[in-house]
Structure formats: structure tokens, C-alpha cells
Ligand binder design. Structure first.
Ligand SMILES: *Cc1c(COP(=O)(O)O)cnc(C)c1O
Length: 396
């Protein structure tokens, strides 16, 4: 037996993460199979016509649907609490598909300034080219969000907690604002994953993921997902995807399915390690400030406690000694990987000012709060004593 959608309401998150979406074939396999096939065959010409005409559901071509990808989509929909999920070839493809599915020329987006750098490029350089207007506001300035909304605003866009300063946005408050103005709230839930935060349940309309990060969790594959209701995601976003083609590969879908089975366990361990490292960093000489929503010194600590079930695996800290000190700490590590990726079992360490945010002007960096002494860590699953020792070498 496998579980069906009718069972979702009764089952807990951990059960859904392991089992939702699986459809066993006649072979009786225990683990989900990979279906490396570009097209599917039909019993008859009449059946082919019915599939193409839409009167009979079923597979036609893997740009539209693929059984392994479908299993991943079903499991993500179950975990986020949405009716529909569309899987994509990367997190950026998920954001692009959302834009192309929901926007038209002349529409307007209000976005937090504190979003993934490439998302800013997609909005400013490409959406703008097709006549979409964008306003950027500070993540936690609710008056600014309200003032930026226009009659042609189609959606509000944010990530929470933000990268790299872990600013937390009030999802229920922004959802209420969006709906009062007849617009949508789109949340990139990459940092928390559904294991720690379920934006649809907090009032958001669409959730976006880079599966490349925690959903894989081991730095192997690129992928993304969009989750929401049957009309916005199941129809509008999906229609773009099947025509434009940034679909998830069947092999990657299988990797992400295996990742989802251990997602909550891994997220708990990431949270534990990050909390311990953040607390320890706050006491180290030369560390001016630590940014982590789990610390009571974090400005949105109470909000994070309300809307997240854990504080996540990403933290940043600012060194008194500027770039020189930041590079010294990074270069003294032996365990951590110097790379800009995040959400991996392996801890990664990054200097945002010269990498992820290096293309910004010094003024833009200052406005975004990215100082030269800032270091970001995606805390992995190694022994916490080894991670502390790795940083202590450069701090001392
Ligand atoms: C990495 C990332 C993306 C983009 O995802 P890719 O899989 O790299 O395309 C989008 N949003 C956030 C918050 C990210 O960290």
C-alpha cells in the first residue's frame, strides 16, 4: 500500500517526508524508482488522442510530467501544505517560472532588498526588460512595504530569514497587507525549508525553493520548486514550465526525494550546531556582532520564535578588524569549505563583501548592511568542537 492525498491531513510531517507521493509499480520496490524516459507510450491511437486532448490524465512527455519528478512534487506539496507543486531545474528557474506564470508587462513587484543577489539581477535586468516594474524596500520596514504597493502590484516578494544578515520578516503581517491590497505574497523558503517554517500556513500564497540547498542537503544536485494552490501554481506556473522547459531531471528528483526523508533530522542538527556556534561567537574577542535569529540579541528573536520551529543553520558575524581580519579567519580554517554555497552537511564559510555581494557598489553594500568585516557561515553537521577550533585559530 502507498498513502494517498486523502491521508495527508491525518499524517504528521515526518511520515509525509518519508512517504508522501510514492506510487509503487507492479515490481513492489521499496525505494522510489527513477524513470529515465523522455516520452511515454500509449495503448492505442485513441488513448494518445485522449492524453493529448486532456480528457484522460497521464504521462505524455517528461517536459510535462515524469513519475519520479511527480513523486517529488507531491511530497513537497504535502510538506508545505499546498495543493500544487511544480519542480524546476534550479532555484532560479523556480523564481523565473513564478514570474513568467504570474506577471505580465505593466505589472509591479514589491520586493525586499535583502534577497538572493541573482534574484535581484533577474528582476532588474530581465523582468524590467519586459515592462515589469520593481520597488525594493527594507525587509522589516512595514510602512515602506505598504507605501510601495500600487494598483498594478501583482506580488510582494521576500526571503526570511534573509541572507546573510538573517533578518526575519513577519509573514502573517505581510500576507494580510498583500491581501488587503488584492496582491499576492511570494516567499522564498530556502533558508528554513518546510521543516522549520511553512509560509502557506502563515498566509503566503506561493512558496519557492532552491532544492539545491537543504533539500538535497549534501551539495550534489541543482533543483527548485514552486508550491501553492491549483490555479496559481498548478495552472499558471505549470503552463509556463511545460512550454518553456526548465524542468527537473528525473535523477535529481530522486536525490531530492532521498533528501526530504532526512530533512527534519538534518535541520534539527543544523539548528543545534548553529545555536552553539552563535552563542560561542558572541563571547569571542574581536567579534563585534553575531547575526542569528536564535540569539536573544537578535532584533526579531521573538518573531522568529513565533513563526519558525527552529532558527536555521545560517549565521553571520562582524569582525572589528574589517576585511583583513575576515580573510584571516577564513584562511585559517581547515575543516570548513571556502565556498558560497549553503545548506550542506559540510560547513561553508564566505566573505559576502567580496563574493556574493561583490558586484554591489560600496554604497549599496553599506545600505544592505554588508560590512567588510562580515563573515557568513552555513553551519554543517560536523562536531561542534571542531568548528569552534577551526574559527578560534583565525580569531586568536
Ligand atoms: C541559492 C538560492 C537561490 C537560487 O537557487 P539555485 O538552485 O542556485 O538556482 C534562490 N534563493 C535563495 C535564498 C538561495 O539561497
Amino acid at each position: 500500500m502507498t498513502i494517498s492525498r486523502d491521508d495527508w491531513d491525518e499524517l504528521g510531517f515526518d511520515t509525509l517526508a518519508v512517504r508522501a507521493g510514492q506510487v509503487r509499480t507492479s515490481e513492489g520496490e521499496q525505494s522510489e524508482p527513477i524513470f529515465p524516459t523522455s516520452s511515454f507510450t500509449f495503448e492505442s491511437a485513441a488513448q494518445a488522442a485522449a492524453r493529448f486532448g486532456g480528457s484522460e490524465p497521464g504521462n505524455i512527455y517528461s517536459r510535462f510530467t515524469n513519475p519520479t519528478v511527480r513523486t517529488f512534487e507531491e511530497r513537497m506539496a504535502a510538506l508545505e501544505g499546498g495543493a500544487s507543486c511544480v519542480a524546476t531545474s534550479s532555484g532560479m528557474a523556480a523564481i523565473l517560472a513564478t514570474c513568467m506564470g504570474l506577471l505580465k508587462g505593466g505589472d509591479h513587484i514589491v520586493s525586499s532588498r535583502a534577497i538572493f543577489g541573482t534574484t535581484t539581477v533577474l528582476f532588474n535586468n530581465f523582468m524590467a526588460k519586459f515592462g515589469v516594474e520593481i520597488s525594493f524596500v527594507d525587509q522589516t520596514d512595514y510602512a515602506a512595504w505598504e507605501q510601495a504597493i500600487r494598483p498594478n502590484t501583482r506580488f510582494l516578494f521576500l526571503e526570511t530569514p534573509s541572507n546573510p544578515l538573517t533578518e526575519v520578516a513577519d509573514i502573517p503581517r505581510l500576507a494580510k497587507l498583500a491581501h488587503a491590497n488584492d496582491t499576492l505574497l511570494v516567499v522564498d523558503n530556502c533558508f528554513c525549508t518546510p521543516a522549520l517554517q511553512q509560509p502557506l500556513k502563515l498566509g503566503a500564497d506561493v512558496v519557492i525553493h532552491s532544492a539545491t540547498k537543504y533539500i538535497d542537503g549534501q551539495g550534489r544536485a541543482m533543483g527548485g520548486a514552486v508550491v501553492g494552490d491549483a490555479e496559481l501554481v498548478g495552472n499558471q506556473v505549470y503552463s509556463f514550465l511545460r512550454s518553456a522547459g526548465p524542468t527537473m531531471s528525473t535523477f535529481n528528483a530522486w536525490i531530492f526525494l532521498k533528501g526530504l526523508e532526512t530533512l527534519k533530522l538534518r535541520m534539527r542538527a543544523h539548528c543545534d550546531n548553529a545555536m552553539q556556534l552563535a552563542t560561542w561567537l558572541e563571547q569571542q574577542p574581536g567579534v563585534a556582532r553575531v547575526y542569528y535569529p536564535g540569539l536573544s540579541s537578535h532584533p526579531q528573536h521573538e518573531l522568529a520564535k513565533r513563526q519558525q520551529s527552529g532558527f536555521g543553520g545560517i549565521l553571520s558575524f562582524e569582525l572589528d578588524g574589517g576585511q583583513e581580519q575576515a580573510w584571516k579567519v577564513i584562511d585559517a580554517t581547515r575543516v570548513m569549505s571556502i565556498t558560497a554555497n549553503l545548506g550542506d552537511a559540510k560547513t561553508t564559510i564566505t566573505h559576502p563583501a567580496t563574493t556574493t555581494h561583490g558586484r554591489l557598489t560600496p554604497e549599496q553594500r553599506q545600505q544592505a548592511g554588508i560590512s567588510d568585516g562580515l563573515v557568513r557561515i552555513s553551519v554543517g553537521l560536523e562536531d561542534i568542537k571542531d568548528l569552534k577550533a577551526d574559527l578560534a585559530r583565525g580569531l586568536g
